[in-house]
Unconditional design. Structure first.
Lengths: 150, 90
């Protein structure tokens, strides 16, 4: 029942009773879900399967598709079936301006996390590398010394 | 008893004073808790107390920020949504 592109209704929380689309599978029980927000006021977020009611309708989208791709994937008939209106150009523009700020913040957060992980990995690998390098140097020096003596 | 206290909004309790007299104590009535319209269970996340006390609370604390918030409990809301989906069959 639960697959990427499946249209669902949220049954819990402030977004209860609103339509959303499954975008990405996180694990057995959680999916990333989006309205998108311009269409149904459901934000892009993780959601437990227990809080979703699947419908028969599915969209043709790729895994981790963007909100714009999901918007385009809705046909006019499908929107009519769900009693939804396609947002106007001005609404989409305002939404994208809002979204870009959030995306910037998210990207900055992700970058910081990546750097942190890399630093940690370096710290872990650091002492081992030094230990491995040292004997090489000493061996090279010894060889050089022996050659000089000769 | 003052003139303003002669109203039915007070609950009357008879009390014995240390001097041996009997006195009528006036206490404000207790308000009933808000209840789910379908299952009659007490609603969580709603501002209780008498009307005046409930009014003073901020908007987000009055009712849950959900569809049917303050009228139906979360269980009944979920059932309603599922029923609607089943009927529409979208």
């Amino acid at each position: 029942m639960f697959e990427i592109g499946r249209v669902c209704v949220k049954t819990a929380g402030r977004e209860a009773g609103r339509y959303c689309v499954l975008v990405k599978r996180e694990n057995d029980s959680t999916y990333v879900v989006t309205g998108p927000k311009v269409l149904t006021k459901v934000r892009r977020r993780k959601c437990n399967i227990d809080h979703l009611e699947p419908l028969e309708m599915t969209l043709k989208i790729k895994s981790d598709a963007s909100d714009n791709d999901v918007l385009k994937a809705f046909s006019d008939e499908q929107l009519r079936q769900l009693n939804l209106k396609r947002p106007t150009a001005a609404e989409i523009k305002a939404w994208e301006a809002q979204k870009s700020e959030k995306e910037r913040k998210r990207e900055a957060r992700e970058r910081a996390e990546k750097e942190k992980k890399e630093r940690e990995a370096k710290e872990k690998a650091g002492p081992e590398k030094k230990a491995a390098k040292k004997p090489e140097k000493t061996e090279a020096k010894k060889k050089a010394k022996t050659e000089e003596k000769k | 008893m003052r003139r303003a206290q002669r109203s039915r909004s007070f609950r009357k309790i008879r009390q014995n004073t240390p001097g041996g007299k009997k006195k009528v104590k006036l206490v404000k009535k207790r308000a009933s808790r808000p209840v789910c319209g379908a299952c009659k269970r007490p609603l969580a996340g709603t501002a209780g107390g008498r009307k005046n006390a409930a009014k003073k609370v901020s908007g987000s604390r009055k009712t849950p920020n959900r569809m049917y918030g303050g009228n139906l409990c979360h269980r009944c809301t979920r059932e309603m949504i599922k029923e609607r989906v089943f009927k529409e069959g979208a």
